[in-house]
Write a protein of this length. Structure first.
Ligand code: CUA
Length: 335
């Protein structure tokens, strides 16, 4: 039992070193650079800290060992040249530590400011409390709009243009890069060069209101060919549902308040206040990383969004259970 308790901090430290939302497990060029600076700072500051504590302990021990050792003395004592040498050595050590930190920080900063060849351009707009994501294609028909998810091709640099519609938010995918704020009335940029295939989690990193914590997004890094296939699927309009219940759901969607805020390409729904739902079912989460994207969660989300994310702009729309089922059946067809 004691051993298990003793091993707990170690287990926590090790567990914190990998995962889908940690800067300690870099999966992109920028995160790797930041990891270098973090490790350097940890080593330099850790060594200095231990030395300071060590000398402090030594000084305390000496003062105790020599009764009256703390009494004031005047004039040069035999120990002073040694103290002067010690002080000079200490100053040199601090200077060397600071030079290492400044150099590493300068080099990492330069490297973060660089963008590789032919970057992919993506625009991310933050809203209370979700993310709009737009890819610009060669022609307007190839533009892709999605929400709360970012797809990136492996190894290709991406430049993300960051905007905000209401308050200040902060874009952060810790496994791939650092943080950059999204500020209303201003465009910021962040470069992402993913180096590992996988799914990662991004999170708003600036307090932006009540549901700040429920403002996450999924980041999917794929082989370039798979990424291209995803892009192609996303440019397609939604197919008309074949199932009668889903067809009824589409009619209800267009007759109720849903249509005021959401867009579904290929239908009359053209709202832009909320997330684009054309390919809703291709995403792994709903409500900005808050719930898994399955039938049950979709149902509970639409039935009462305010219970799940109090303060969200999505209102509670009065629906009978048949209407709710039909709308969910329709949304389930949006693959
Ligand atoms: Cu958006 Cu915090």
């Amino acid at each position: 039992m004691t051993r298990a308790v003793a091993a707990l901090p170690l287990a926590l430290v090790v567990a914190g070193c990998s995962g889908v939302q940690t800067m300690l497990d870099p999966a992109g060029d920028q995160a790797r650079d930041i990891d270098v600076i973090w490790r350097t700072m940890l080593v330099v500051c850790g060594v200095m800290y231990l030395l300071v504590l060590g000398f402090l302990a030594w000084a305390l021990w000496r003062a105790r060992a020599k009764p009256g050792g703390g009494a004031p003395v005047t004039g040069e004592t035999p120990a002073e040249p040694r103290l002067r040498r010690g002080l000079a050595g200490w100053t040199a050590l601090i200077t060397a530590g600071l030079v290492v930190l400044v150099t590493v920080s300068f080099l990492v900063d330069r490297s973060l400011a660089e963008v590789g060849e032919k970057p992919l351009r993506i625009k991310v707009t933050a809203n209370q409390w979700w993310w709009q994501v737009e890819y610009r294609g060669a022609t307007p028909a190839q533009n892709v709009t999605t929400a709360n998810e970012l797809h990136l091709p492996l190894g290709r640099p991406a430049i993300v243009e960051l905007a905000a519609n209401d308050v200040i938010h902060s874009f952060w995918v810790p496994n791939i890069s650092g943080k950059t704020d999204l500020i209303p009335g201003r465009i910021n940029y962040i470069a992402l060069t993913p180096r590992r295939i996988g799914a990662f989690r991004g999170q708003c990193a600036e307090f932006c209101g009540w549901q700040h914590a429920k403002m996450a997004f999924d980041v999917v890094v794929d082989e370039p060919a798979q990424f291209q296939a995803w892009m192609t699927r996303q440019t397609a309009a939604a197919a008309a549902p074949a199932d009668p219940q889903a067809r009824l759901g589409q009619q209800l969607f267009q007759a109720k308040a849903c249509v005021m805020c959401h867009r579904i390409a290929g239908t009359e729904a053209g709202g832009t206040m909320g997330p684009d739902l054309t390919h809703l079912k291709s995403r792994s989460h709903i409500a900005a990383g808050t719930l898994p994207n399955d039938r049950g969660h979709l149902q509970s989300w639409i039935a009462d969004p305010q219970a799940i994310k109090p303060g969200t702009r999505m209102p509670r729309v009065a629906l009978s259970s048949d209407e709710l089922n039909a709308i969910v059946a329709y949304l389930e067809t949006l693959s």
